[in-house]
Design a protein around this ligand. Structure first.
Ligand SMILES: C[S@@+](CC[C@H](N)C(=O)[O-])C[C@H]1O[C@@H](n2cnc3c(N)ncnc32)[C@H](O)[C@@H]1O
Length: 304
């Protein structure tokens, strides 16, 4: 599969422009995916620069076509990049890019189970090498836990009813495929309500992959790894992701609590590069509708 069909990079030029402060520095692309951002970062780096491309998905590694001595692929959850940098003998990096969420490859590959457009096992794992699938999650969660997942990660209307229907199907042993799931929840969310389905699938996917926990850890690891003056560029796709990132770059914590020193001067490990997020242009949205909800925010690491 060509990189452009695997995934079209969103806000590519602008995110890389905001990321690179020193062309001969060390950078991390924490969400390699189809490698679109990585390829452009390498294009913009000098001969002494180096890029680590990280992804937890086996397919990202398998489809990686970059052959460049300035590039190293690391198959890992990005929350562990601190350990990998230690392994490579690197204490600090000049910049980190994270383009959150799933790739088009995830949504378009039927058997990954991320999309309600195809029938397949109910999987939804980004790391297909291990961990619980969405079917496992439904089977092992209580109706209350499932209701919370649907509400908190998808703002799903009728979350309790949908959770109950899912559990009933799982308990009856009739929940194996995406079609089984669609049939089970149809009384509460009919198949033609695609917006509703998108929210339900988003909620399950976020829970299966612990996306919120991983993001929280990534921000903390980035704080430790970045050099003073280094840039942390993050592209988010919904408010659950955007809020902690925005807060972190403003205050140094994901809750957005402002801390001050004895003189009332704000203390934070980051400051935002720009006060407003960078959004895709109308032209980019037209060419790539999946970019429509993207927001790019860049934090600058303050003096340690
Ligand atoms: C939006 S795609 C990135 C696309 C990429 N920027 C490109 O240009 O092709 C997000 C990627 O991040 C990966 N990912 C998401 N969460 C991750 C995590 N916690 N650790 C490592 N990779 C993760 C996914 O597997 C997916 O391939």
């Amino acid at each position: 599969m060509e990189p452009s069909t695997y995934h079209i990079p969103v806000l590519r030029d602008e995110s890389v422009r905001q990321l690179i402060t020193n062309p001969d520095g060390i950078y991390i692309d924490a969400t390699f995916g189809g490698g679109g951002h990585s390829a452009w970062i390498l294009e913009c780096l000098g001969s002494d620069g180096h890029l680590f491309g990280v992804d937890r998905d086996l397919d990202a590694r398998a489809h990686c076509t970059i052959e460049d001595e300035r590039f190293t692929f690391v198959r890992s959850d990005f929350r562990y990049i601190g350990h990998f940098m230690e392994y490579f003998g690197i204490r600090e990096v000049d910049g980190i890019l994270a383009d959150l969420g799933v790739s088009s490859h995830h949504l378009d590959e039927a058997e990954r189970g991320f999309s309600f457009r195809f029938d397949a096992p109910i999987d939804m794992r980004m790391n297909q090498a291990g961990g619980d699938t969405a079917a496992d999650l439904i089977r092992t969660s209580t109706p209350e836990e499932l209701t919370h997942i649907l509400k908190d990660y998808g703002e799903v209307r009728g979350a309790r009813r949908i959770a109950t229907l899912m559990k009933q199907a799982a308990d009856a042993g009739t929940l194996h495929t995406i079609q089984d799931l669609l049939d089970a929840i149809a009384p509460a969310n009919p198949p033609h309500d695609k917006k509703g389905l998108a929210k339900i699938f988003q909620a399950l996917r976020i829970a299966v992959n612990d996306e919120m926990g991983a993001l929280q850890d990534l921000l903390c690891v980035g704080e430790k790894l970045l050099k003073p003056g280094g840039h942390f560029a993050v592209i988010t796709y919904h408010s659950l992701e955007d809020r902690p990132v925005k807060n972190f770059f403003r205050t140094g914590n994901t809750e957005g609590t402002r801390h001050t020193d004895h003189f009332g001067v704000p203390i934070s490990s980051f400051e935002p590069l720009y006060t407003k997020p960078t959004l895709p242009t109308g032209e980019e949205i037209e060419a790539n509708p999946r970019s429509r909800s993207a927001k790019l925010r860049t934090g600058v690491r303050c003096e340690k």
